[in-house]
Each structure stands twice: as C-alpha cells, then as structure tokens.
Write a protein that binds this ligand. Structure first.
Ligand SMILES: [Zn+2]
Length: 858
C-alpha cells in the first residue's frame, strides 16, 4: 500500500464533528460521524490520525446494519486501521469515531497559544493550523486535498469563551455547564482548510461586502488595531469577486489574529488565521513597509478563498500553483487598492530573492513530483511564491491582462468545488488566448533555473542570446541535501522560450527569444536599447559595456523597476564573477540622486553582503562608501517630511537614515537619532512613523547596556505588534558581547515566542558583529531549538548561515552539518551552503581589489 495515499475504496462526503477542548488540561475530546461511500466491499477502513487516541469505532448503514470495529494505530504512516468482523457492503455508511488528543504547543494541529493581558495576567486560547497534513492531529480524516467533503462542526467550550470556525453559527446553547456552538455546513472542501479558534476573543463590527459580513478578531484590547486589516480585507474581497467573476464561496469571512502562529497566515475558508503583525496595525503609527505587509498578507489569503479553497490542487505537487497564484493576485489587488504604492515595483525585491535561490546549482524546478507530503514542506519557499508569481506575471503580460483573466475565470468556473492541476489552468488559458501555453511555460515551471540574456550590438543589429544563469561554474561539494529526500531529477533545459519586452530608443517592441540567439534590426540613429522593459521578465540581462553606459547615462529615462533590475542584475554579475566588483562600486555612484526605495534596497543589500565578506580592517572604508552614496539623497530629503509628501518618500527617508546610522556608522546621524528619539519619548516632538523605527535601530546599533534594558522593557510592554517587532529586532543590533549573549539566551528560555525566536537568531547569524557568538550558540542549542521551534521556522533560522561568510566559519558550518547529518528537507541546506560558498568565493576572487577600492574611502 502507498504509505502516503489512503485507499480509494472508502470515500468520505460529510463529517459531523464535535470537539471539546479543555484549555486548562491542554487536551480535547472529540466524536465524529463521517458519511462515507463504500466503493467495494471492505473489512477495514484506513483514516489519517496522529497523536490522537481512538477510543471507539462503529459503522451503521441505512438498512440499520451496525457493528463495532477495532482501531489500530500505525504511527509511522500517521494512520489508523479500523477493522470490522463483517465485511461492509458497497453503499453509504455512517462511520462513528470517538477520540482524544492534546492541545500541543507546537503551533500545528489543534494547539494552544498564550498571551498576557494589559495587566500582565496570562491567558490561553486554542487554534488550529492544518496545512499541509495536520488536520489528522485534530480529528481522524482522509487528510488528502482531493478527498473533499462537507464539514459540520460543533465546539463545546467554556461559556466565557468564543468559538470561531469556517462558517456562521447556527445554534448556541448551554449543556452541562458548557457552551455548545454549532456551525453551518461548509462548502465541499479539503480537510486542510478546516479551522477552529477558541478563546476570549473580541471582534470588530462586520462590514458587508456583496452579501458577505467581514470581521476582524483578536484577543481583548487590540480591536483598535483592526481597522486597516478590515479595510484591505473588504477591498480585496470586492476586487476578487469582480476579477474572478464568481461570488465569495463562504457565508461569512472572519480574519483572526493569533498570538502564536507559525507561518504568516492561513487561508482557512471563512476563518483566515494570521500572526498578529500580519493583520493588526495602528495605521497612524506604522511605516509604509508595515502597512504594505498587512495589505499583502490579507489580500493573499483572500485570493485563496477561490484559488485554493474553491478550486484546490489535487496533490501537494500543485502547491506552487496555489501559492504562486495567490501571490500574483495579492499584487494585483493591492495595486488596485493603492496604486500610489506602486506595488509591482516593490515586487521586484521579492523577484530578486527568487533569482538568488534559482541561480544556484541546488535550485529546483517550481513544480516537481511529490510522493510524501513532507517533500512538499520544502516547497513553501521563494521559488514557489516569488518565482511562481513572477512567471505568472510574465505570462499575464505576454497574453494580455484581459485574456489572462478570462482564462482564470473559466478555470475556476469549470473546477469549482473540485480539484485541478497545472495542466488544467494552462488549458483554460490556452483556450482563452488561442496560444499553446505549455510550449511557452513548461521550461519555466518544470526546469530549474532561469536565463541570462546577453545583449550586444553588431553593426545595425541588436543581438540577444541566452544561457542559464549560474553563480558558480560547478556545484560545490558540500554537505547540504546529502540526507534529504531528493525529488527525481526533472528533464532540464538551458533554453527557455523568453517573452522579451524591448525598448529601443523610445519605442517598445516584443520578441520571443526561442533559441540561443535572436537578432533585432536597429533603427538609424540608434542610441540605446533596454531589455526587459517594464521589468516583469524572469530573466537577468547582461549588457555589453557600450549598451550599459548608454542606459546609465540617462537613468532618469528608466522606470524605477528598470533601474532596480539594472542594479540587481549588475550585482548578480559580480557574484557570478562576470563583472569586477570595482565596476559595480562605480556604478552605485551613479545612483546618488535615486529616489526609489526599492532601488536603494538593491544597493544597500549588496553593500550589506560586501560587509559580510570583508576583513574587519576594511570596514571603515565600506562605512565611508555608504556615507558617500547615501548622504546626498538624505540631505535632499531632510529629516522631516514636507507637507503633502507621499508615503513612499517618507519610507525612503526612514530607509536611508537607517542605512547611514547603521551600516554607514555615521556618528553625526547616531547622535542626532539619539536626541530625536529622546525628544520623542518625552513627547517634545513628533517623529514621522517611517522614521521612528530607523531611530530605534540606530540607537541600538550605537547603544550601551542601559539602552539595551530600556529597549528590552519596551519590547515587553509594546502595545502594537509592529512596536514589539521593532524593539525585539533592536535587541539583535547591540554590539557588546554580553548583550549579544543576553539576546541569544532569550531565544531558548521562553521569553521570545517560538514564532519569532528562530528569526531573531537568523538575524544575528547574518550580522557581522554578532554572527560568531550566534553561530556558537546555535550549534550548542541545536537540539533544543529543533524541539521547540516550528519546523519551517527552524529552516529559516538555518538560512542565517549564509551570513557566516569567512573561510573559517564556512569550514565550521560544513563540519557541523556534515557531522550532525542534519536534514532540513528538500534542498534547503544545500541552497544555504551554496550561497555561503558564493559569498566566500567572492572574497577569494575579489578580496584584493575590493580592499584597494575601499581603502580609497577610509
Ligand atoms: Zn498562500
């Protein structure tokens, strides 16, 4: 029997579930009646269940035939075998199961979350997180996405508490001292989308979108932070009803902020759960970046209500389509809601993250065959979300937005309440566009990597050629992935069908680069050519020097996303050994007048990476270079916003200040930041919301022990999730070894939530002042962390080893993972180790030239 797939001899159509959680004993009891169709005569029924005790089993059919069964756990495959003495005849049966389980603290299945109220008193709530395969920790079920069924849930809870599930409440009564809350039937849907939240919750008033009441839920005292999330919730819900051409599939929509939450959010139909930072925010006190995050996550989850919930992937190999599509739709919806945010420009930053991983030998195709659901755990990464969304955007731009939307509408209408695969979407888009979609898309989806398009001029022709982009000529010999379950190698291509948008002088044109080379005739008087005009292509561009100079000499003629790509592609060329680092540093000097925060983030990201590979003696030189590049832009902006200044400019000011005061180590900026922060604390002056977090970061960078304890206190007493995060991450920025050790200790002693602690460690591993101590700490606490942290967060923590970019540390990292035989799932570890190799190789290759260049600034 396939250890990962249940037999199809018995198929569920409806679950009537009753759960009774006990928040003081961390346990629950449950009963369920599952209406099943027996396809062929059987004596056993297999269901998924893990960490549950099945206490009674019986079956009944319409003829009144009834018998008890026996239940045997098979923990290795997370199943129970339910056996019956008399064979069950084909037809409909009601399967009744009684069971018990624990409310765990691992943030998966049915789990407990704790929080303190304003007076410091601890409280507890219970919540669920089922994707991918943890519904089986809450009730026995057919826990595969294509066993769709109707769920009718009842929760018996403490009368002082509130219960929320996927649908509206149909009845509520008191029974033996318990409040018994019954919920309406759900649509036919997958188990991983079922949700329960029980606690002392408060909600906003509902806003109605179409016919759907939409509310935001949180723990008591935080309702004042719900308005912004509710606003984008309502706006994106209306946007999607219009875009998809189908009404919202549920009977209500609740957005719930959960104090402990492993991921960012989860698209349970009608009961979307979020970590608090992704939903609750004080609009007046938040930065643009913090608001954008809330808008993104809410819109993303709402997009899933159709794409994922109404139409669901058949198996976990399809998770990319689910996530890539929701990420793409999140951009569309946020861009429609706040066009002034220019969301597709900042998507360049996300796309760049996917470029980094996909440029590795240890990358993977977006879609690959999945047997064990566990293999899909490693799919929740930048390749699924960001590369996936990027190639969908490229396709949308290629087909045209209206044609693309028509294909999506047809796809949803055809497959609603059912399951579908990538091929089904391609066929709907092919039908709408009259184009052979798989021929264009398969290379992007089923092959790893992406092309580097080189552009050069030959006489009156522009010559475009392609090759696969790689940072290293050959895969490094390293430990990563040696023990991981490797997906079978897919057929690989190094030739893509690339829809290329060109701008030759002022004229836009489109070519499909299908082979290794394509020639475009240039007009008389030709001056310049931009490849990837509009910036949506998932490929990098390398220009011949004369073509590059023509673009750089008129940067103001490019869109922000085009300038972003220019910088980002140039930096990638440096990392790949295709461009001298000194040329790149010269290039950054051309951007002193830059006013787009994304372009600056590409520049600052590259300088931070350099900071991790240079020797300590060279650091003053790099700091001086940062000051040289950033100061003119900041001087032009000033420290305080001008009247009617837009939100992006305000955020840019905060970003530049932070760069100057931290990486630039600018003493004057640090002194002024401390003064301004003190004045703000005494309420003598008002500091712009986008500037305040920069002041906090700068004060921490330059701070002493007294400042550390002041910020620690602020972290503990924070009144918004964003404020809590600012002070938490400020604790990672102090330079003193004793303070670094204090913060590290707090990541394993329960003071920092397990949803945050791995990310705190990650940021200390990435920071030159803290990385050696952080690495020693992580090594010695690995087992404890492995036991405490959510699995995917542990993986993200391990990503911090990329920051350990010295030969000695790299050697030690290899040694640790090899000797401990650590498996992070998929190719994640191999990806981290390859990125570390690339960084150290940069220093080996360019160290001397870099040292000379930086010495000029010191
Ligand atoms: Zn998603």
């Amino acid at each position: 029997m396939d250890p990962y797939r249940l037999p199809r001899t018995v198929v569920p159509s409806r679950y009537d579930i009753r759960l009774e959680p006990d928040l003081t004993a961390f346990a629950f009891t449950g009963t369920e009646t599952v209406t099943v169709s027996v396809v062929e005569s059987v004596t056993e029924i297999w269901v998924n269940a893990v960490d549950l005790s099945v206490t009674a089993v019986s079956v009944t059919n319409a003829r009144g035939e009834s018998q008890r069964g026996s239940a045997t756990a098979e923990p290795a495959t997370e199943r129970y075998r339910l056996a019956f003495a008399t064979p069950l005849a084909p037809g409909e049966w009601r399967l009744e199961i009684a069971f018990t389980g624990t409310l765990n603290d691992k943030l998966r299945g049915f789990y407990r979350s704790t929080y303190k109220d304003a007076t410091g008193v601890p409280h507890m709530l219970a919540a669920t997180q089922f994707e991918a395969t943890d519904a089986r920790r809450a009730f026995p079920c057919w826990d595969e996405p294509d066993f769709k069924a109707v769920f009718a849930s009842t929760l018996a809870i403490d009368p002082a508490m509130t219960a929320v599930s996927n649908t509206a409440i149909v009845s509520e009564r008191i029974e033996r001292g318990k409040k018994v809350v019954a919920f309406a039937d759900t649509i036919t849907m997958s188990t991983y989308l079922v949700a329960y939240v029980v606690g002392e919750l408060e909600a906003t008033a509902a806003v109605t979108v179409g016919s759907t009441p939409l509310r935001v839920w949180c723990v008591p005292g935080k309702r004042r932070l719900a308005a912004f999330g509710q606003a984008i919730g309502a706006a994106s819900l209306a946007f999607f009803e219009e875009y998809y051409g189908l009404p919202y599939p549920g009977d209500k929509l609740d957005l719930l902020a959960i104090p402990d939450f492993a991921a960012g959010a989860m698209e349970n139909l009608g009961a979307i759960t979020f970590r608090e930072t992704a939903l609750l925010v004080d609009e007046a006190q938040a930065t643009h970046g913090e608001l954008e995050r809330v808008a993104d996550v809410v819109a993303h989850e709402n997009a899933h209500m159709w794409f994922g919930d109404l139409v669901t992937m058949s198996w976990w190999n399809g998770i990319w389509l689910n996530e890539a599509f929701a990420t793409f739709m999140e951009m569309l919806a946020v861009d429609a809601w706040k066009p002034q945010w220019r969301r597709w420009t900042s998507f360049g930053v996300s796309r760049a993250a996917a470029f980094v991983v996909d440029g590795l030998h240890a990358t993977r195709p977006i879609e690959f065959p999945v047997n064990a659901p566990r293999e899909a755990d490693a799919m929740f990464d930048v390749l699924t979300y960001e590369k996936g969304a990027s190639v969908l955007r490229m396709l949308e731009q290629y087909l045209g937005a209206d044609v693309f939307r028509q294909g999506v509408r047809d796809y949803l209408r055809t497959h609603r309440f059912g399951n579908a695969d990538t091929g089904d979407l391609w066929s709907a888009l092919g039908h709408a566009s009259g184009q052979p979609i798989p021929a264009v898309m398969d290379g992007w989806i089923f092959s790893p990597g992406y092309p580097l398009v080189s552009a050069r001029r030959e006489g009156n022709e522009l010559v475009l050629s392609q090759q696969r982009f790689a940072y290293l000529k050959a895969a490094p010999e390293s430990a990563g992935g040696a023990w991981g379950e490797r997906p079978p190698a897919p057929p690989q291509t190094s030739i893509w069908k690339i829809p290329i948008q060109l701008r030759i002088d002022a004229d836009g044109t489109r070519v499909l680069l299908e082979g290794t080379e394509h020639r475009v005739k240039l007009p008389g008087g030709f001056r310049k050519a931009l490849v990837n005009a509009g910036g949506h292509g998932f490929y990098r561009v390398r220009y011949a020097p004369d073509l590059l100079e023509a673009l750089v000499s008129r940067l103001d003629a490019l869109e922000p996303i085009e300038r972003f790509n220019l910088v980002n592609d140039a930096w990638a060329a440096v990392m790949a050994g295709l461009m001298p680092v000194t040329d790149y540093l010269d290039l950054t000097a051309r951007f002193r007048d830059e006013r787009d925060r994304n372009v600056w983030s590409a520049i600052m990201g590259s300088l931070l990476a350099l900071n991790r590979v240079i020797a300590p003696a060279e650091r003053p030189g790099l700091e001086a270079l940062v000051r040289d590049r950033v100061s003119p832009a900041l001087a032009a902006l000033g420290w305080t916003p001008r009247p009617a200044e837009d939100e992006l400019t305000r955020q840019l000011r905060g970003d530049l200040l932070r760069a100057l005061g931290t990486l630039g180590n600018d003493a004057a900026t640090q002194a002024r930041a401390a003064e301004l922060y003190a004045a703000h604390e005494k309420k003598q002056t008002e500091v712009d919301a986008n500037v305040l977090p920069a002041l906090i970061a700068i004060c921490a960078t330059a701070g002493d022990e007294a400042r550390y304890h002041e910020f620690l206190e602020r972290f503990r007493r924070a009144v918004t999730p964003q404020e809590e995060q600012r002070y938490l991450y400020a604790l990672t920025a102090f330079r003193q070894p004793a303070l670094i050790d204090e913060t590290l200790a707090r990541t394993v002693n329960g003071e920092i939530r397990t949803q945050d602690a791995p990310f705190v460690n990650r940021s200390m591993l990435m920071a030159v002042h803290a990385r050696e101590r952080a690495w020693a700490f992580v090594k010695s606490h690995w087992d404890a962390m492995d036991g405490m942290y959510p699995k995917h967060a542990l993986r993200r923590m391990a990503e911090g080893v990329i920051g350990l970019a010295t030969p000695a540390l790299e050697h030690d990292v290899q040694e640790f993972f090899t000797s401990r035989k650590i498996d992070l799932g998929g190719k994640q570890l191999a990806q981290y180790l390859e990125q570390l190799r690339i960084a150290v190789a940069l220093a080996e290759r360019e160290g001397a030239a870099l040292s000379r260049a930086l010495a000029r600034f010191a």
